[in-house]
Design a protein around this ligand. Sequence first.
Ligand SMILES: Nc1c(NC[C@H](O)[C@H](O)[C@H](O)CO)[nH]c(=O)[nH]c1=O
Ligand SMILES: CC(=O)[C@@H](O)COP(=O)(O)O
Length: 190
Amino acid sequence: MATENKNLSEYDKNTIPNAKDFRFGIVVSEWNDTITEGLYNGAFEALTDCDVPAQQIIRWNVPGSFELIYGAKKMLQTQNVDAVIVIGCVIQGETKHFDFVCEGVTQGIKDLNVQTDIPVIFCVLTDNNMQQSIDRSGGAHGNKGTEAAIAAIKMAYIRQQASISHVFNQPLLTSGAIQIEETPIKIEKE
Ligand SMILES: Nc1c(NC[C@H](O)[C@H](O)[C@H](O)CO)[nH]c(=O)[nH]c1=O
Ligand SMILES: CC(=O)[C@@H](O)COP(=O)(O)O
């Protein structure tokens, strides 16, 4: 489904896990800052609407979308967060630079998700023109920042449940919950 057939800002709070104890990092690119500020506002408002205290949301700025990779890496390494959202807006110019920035950021963020234990949510617009970016940062198609915040909550919850599941040695249900049997935890004696 293309974005034009989906409102990026819509979510049902009844389907969102309890997020009040989660901590979120948000790394924001300063390139196209009128757009990235709109995306940040969408993300921040969605997180607080889902009961995340403002003091549990850490924001760092980086110069451009390519620097989101390093900024997210250092956020993961130094901050106590349950998920990171990277926010950027890349708009096609005259040259192929757009292609390399978009591919680089995509691969870099993918690598962080593979190499680290903290989910990193990709909230980077890769648009043909400014109007498309306006439409997706609080305009006609909603706000991809809102969408990213909900994704961050859901992924932080999956990470939390997966770690509990591992401790209790119980399967993680498709709902993301775990089935805790009555069997006691086996403590391996050293
Ligand atoms: N053209 C855009 C850029 N370009 C800058 C790069 O992201 C990077 O900061 C530079 O290459 C130095 O490493 N960045 C965006 O976020 N959006 C653009 O449209
Ligand atoms: C994505 C970019 O870096 C691009 O907007 C820069 O514009 P240009 O390709 O005209 O140098």
